[in-house]
Design a protein around this ligand. Structure first.
Ligand code: CTP
Length: 471
């Protein structure tokens, strides 16, 4: 094999098989790679399991190439990885796990292929393909994973209660795979999740959020959230979202179910954006509706200030869920805070200054904000939807015109604090900030244009009115 040419999967399988034959190890491709091969989902991570030492096999495979092959050995886990061009290849010895009654720590021992397959999470992840020469390419599928792929079913290979109790994260994985692959969860497997949902609490927040983010990044994340909700896992990991569910009525006045509305917004948005953080903004946009809900005899249900309160709830939720506490969180906060602004522009007569202020506040996130707002229209009345979307087109047109004139999206003060201090011989002080602020406000209100000449002109007038003398 020419190492320089693109390695294909078959070359890797045969080379590993040949070396495994020499070592006398039964060796198989196993787990996710087999599943994805059957499902025709491209993957570059291959897991080999051998009846013998995975580390010995990995070293022998790495040594078989003339060129240097990066090898990492994890002695404690009995695994080793090699990198072959863009392939990530892992080797491990077949093992079985048993759990003593008083401890959840697994006792891991060498085992047979069948024992290794039994301890895996789902039938579709428990298939193996032999690479030894005597049965090269044979599928070993003791739990009918292939049938479950055909039936589009997520099912545990053995008693689901035991599978989930061995690793409760698998409950999240079941829902993640169901959502990614558009599969159903087999009833007994699902009932075991309902039964054990509370045990997700023993899993680290980092592992949970990895799975949740994978659900959020699917084509139709609402499916995963509905499964999380019905199984009660959502209550354990994201109770604020569960709070959104339900409809209150007083007389003939009721409000929409904000949980299902949020899911609709998330799905709508997912049609137009793969960005995880924009999708998080959709999830969070109405998160404070339960906390701000009031009933008013005249107008019915109100949620005043839910955008501000929701924005303030974001850091606490991000911290608990081990989501990043950096600019990505601030971006989500910002979109939650601003999510009603374009809608209010639509219902009022669109004034230039309102558009200018929105451009200033949203900055470069304005397009994302508009995507969120369009996704937020979930009315069943198609005429209404079309009317709102047309209004948004109008607002966007207006934004374009205003931005061309005033460039407030990336607002830079036309006169700096240093310049103001030098002109009027001022020390850093409150009044310098006030002058800068008043110039900015005048630009946003459209009293002056965003340029130096008009800003300086106003600055002199403002200074005079405050009794400040020129240097
Ligand atoms: N596995 C398991 N229980 C877990 C995690 C993994 O039984 N909690 C097994 C499954 O057989 C799985 C394999 O280990 O197929 C590899 O796991 P991983 O790399 O996490 O997932 P993949 O199935 O490869 O899928 P993905 O890459 O989409 O996460």
């Amino acid at each position: 094999m020419n190492f320089k040419s693109d390695l294909d999967q078959l070359e890797i399988f045969s080379r590993v098989g040949k070396i495994a034959d020499e070592l006398g190890f039964e060796t198989y491709v196993v787990g996710g790679y087999v599943r994805d091969l059957i499902l025709k989902r491209p993957s570059k991570d291959i897991d080999f399991v051998c009846v013998g030492s995975g580390i010995v096999l990995a070293k022998a495979v790495a040594d078989s190439f003339e060129q240097h092959v990066p090898l990492s050995v994890f002695k404690n886990f009995g695994t080793a990885n090699i990198r072959l061009e863009d392939w990530e290849v892992e080797f491990v010895g077949a093992r079985r796990e048993s759990y003593s009654h008083d401890s959840r720590k697994p006792i891991v021992e060498d085992g047979t292929l069948q024992e290794d397959q039994e301890r895996r999470d789902f039938t579709i992840n428990a298939m193996a393909i032999s690479v030894n020469s005597h049965n090269f390419g044979e599928l070993i599928d003791p739990f009918d994973g292939l049938g479950d792929i055909k039936r589009k079913t997520i099912r545990t290979p053995t008693d689901p209660i035991i599978t989930f109790s061995d690793d409760p994260l698998r409950m999240m994985r079941a829902i993640r795979f169901a959502t990614q692959l558009k599969f159903d969860i087999e009833p007994d497997t699902f009932l075991a999740i309902v039964h054990d949902a509370h045990r997700i609490q023993i899993v680290s927040a980092e592992r949970i959020i990895d799975e949740l983010n994978k659900i959020i990044l699917t084509e139709k994340p609402s499916y995963g959230f509905k499964l999380l909700f019905v199984s009660k896992l959502l209550q354990e990991i994201f109770p604020e979202m569960v709070e959104l569910q339900g409809v209150d009525s007083v007389g003939d006045k009721s409000h929409k179910d904000n949980f299902y509305h949020t899911l609709q917004v998330l799905d709508n948005l997912s049609h137009v954006s793969d960005d995880l953080w924009l999708r998080w903004a959709a999830i969070m946009h109405d998160i404070a509706k339960p906390a701000t809900k009031r009933f008013n005899e005249k107008v019915g249900w109100t949620f005043h200030g839910h955008e501000d309160k929701g924005s303030r709830m974001v850091p606490g939720i991000f911290r608990r869920m081990k989501l990043p506490m950096d600019d990505r969180m601030k971006y989500v906060q910002k979109l939650v805070r601003l999510h009603l602004r374009p809608i209010s522009l639509v219902s009022e007569k669109v004034t230039e200054s309102a558009v200018r202020r929105l451009l200033f506040d949203a900055g470069n996130d304005i397009e994302d904000l508009m995507k969120l707002c369009r996704a937020d229209i979930t009315s069943k009345n198609n005429n209404k939807v079309q009317r709102f979307l047309a209004n948004f087109d109008h607002v966007e047109q207006k934004m374009k015109e205003v931005e061309e004139n005033d460039q407030v999206r990336n607002f830079q003060p036309p006169v700096s604090g240093e310049e103001i201090m030098a002109l009027f011989d001022l020390k850093p002080s409150k009044v310098v900030g006030e002058l800068k602020e008043e110039i900015k406000e005048a630009i946003l209100d459209g009293q002056i244009q965003n340029n130096k000449v008009e800003a300086m002109d106003l600055l002199y007038k403002l200074a005079a009115s405050k009794g400040i003398k020129t240097n």
